[in-house]
Design a protein around this ligand. Structure first.
Ligand code: AHG
Ligand code: MN
Ligand code: MN
Length: 335
């Protein structure tokens, strides 16, 4: 295995982001420092009393875990000192935080994804998405800098705090994965140019809401289970409730993930800017597809920072079949 650090990998591929004069390296350096520190805290959280709830509710209406708050504060502090970063928006914060007016980029983060799993030892992650700002350099960033839409991302990725600490990212030139080498304190290239297998080994969804899904989706999933049972190599259910962990496993082994909307909440649970856009770009770069059932996630126009969306991730052909079924049966309004 060639020993190639994340920094060297980016340096060797100059212009990772068009016109980025080393800014991208500095941003990734801050992300990887945050990843190492959060990994350290997670691995011994029970011993240092940072498990459990902080006792406040965030803008999502969710109880904030102590490690949600720690991760969010850490990343905001790291980027506040980064001269290239003009703004920071987090799933945990009511609104965005203007940082350096001279910065050319803004970042959107889900600082800790899968919070319900922190206390029970199941992998959690960080999700990030980077945009070039639209407003003039030298002025404070505005909300418009964060609401540019999925196809305006210049970089996106995740950190998985699992059996290894992994950092996967794309800048539109494939998906590349790095593993933290604790002996060196560096992320080393371990998964160059990742492509998702067309054949799925797993399916991932929480079917406790089956009765609330649109009838066309109920029919699609019922048929899916019937066909799967008849298959020579049936797919297994794997759903851990951390999007980053479910995504990563399905990216490497092939799989279908969904968090649908319900008739009551058609917009679903997952967040467009913090979770769906970055994961959608990554899976498209790896040869797969991401939709809200009928429309590519990356084509959904953003209207507000904490917008939610139904999310379907998987092989292109499978999602095309789903879109056909949903379009034929139920007039699912395009957003
Ligand atoms: P977060 O911890 O950042 O709020 O994200 C949790 C999300 C996502 O990671 C996961 O796919 C989904 O919640 C699981 O939701 P359910 O527990 O309702 O299945
Ligand atoms: Mn999340
Ligand atoms: Mn989160």
């Amino acid at each position: 295995m060639q020993v190639l650090t994340l920094e060297q990998f980016i340096a060797d591929r100059q212009q990772e982001i068009e016109g980025a004069t080393g800014a991208f390296s500095k941003i990734l350096r801050d992300l990887s420092l945050g990843a190492k520190l959060i990994s350290f805290h997670l691995r011994r959280a029970a011993l240092s009393g940072i498990l459990g709830e902080l006792g406040i509710t965030n803008v999502q209406g969710e109880s904030v875990q102590k490690l949600d708050h720690l991760s969010n504060t850490l990343f905001r502090q790291l980027f506040a000192k980064n001269p290239h970063m003009a703004g920071f928006a987090s799933e945990e914060d009511d609104t965005f935080t203007p940082l350096n007016p001279e910065g050319k980029y803004v970042i959107v983060v889900d600082p800790l994804d899968g919070s319900s799993n922190i206390d029970v030892g199941v992998p959690v992650g960080t999700i990030f998405s980077i945009y070039r700002r639209r407003t003039p350099v030298g002025t404070p960033c505005t909300e418009a800098d964060f609401l540019q839409g999925g196809r305006a991302q210049v970089a996106a990725g995740y950190i998985l705090y699992g059996t290894s600490t992994l950092l996967f990212y794309t800048t539109g030139k494939g998906v590349h994965g790095f593993t933290l080498e604790p002996a060196a304190g560096d992320f080393l290239l371990s998964h160059p140019d990742v492509k998702m297998p067309e054949k799925s080994s797993y399916y991932s969804f929480n079917d406790n809401q089956f009765h609330e899904w649109p009838p066309a989706l109920q029919a699609f999933i019922t048929t899916f289970h019937q066909e799967n049972r008849r298959s020579a190599k049936p797919q297994s259910l794997r759903y851990v409730g951390s999007l980053v962990a479910d995504f990563h496993r399905n990216l490497l082994k092939g799989g279908f993930f969904m968090y649908p909307g319900t008739v009551a909440k058609p917009e679903g649970k997952l967040r467009l800017l913090y979770e769906a856009y970055p994961m959608a770009w990554l899976i498209e770069e790896a040869g797969g597809a991401a939709t809200n059932g009928v429309q590519p996630i990356l084509d959904i126009p953003p209207t507000k920072l904490h917008q939610r969306t139904a999310l379907f991730l998987g092989p292109k052909t499978f999602l095309e079949k789903l879109a056909q079924t949903l379009s034929d049966h139920v007039p699912v309004e395009k957003v």
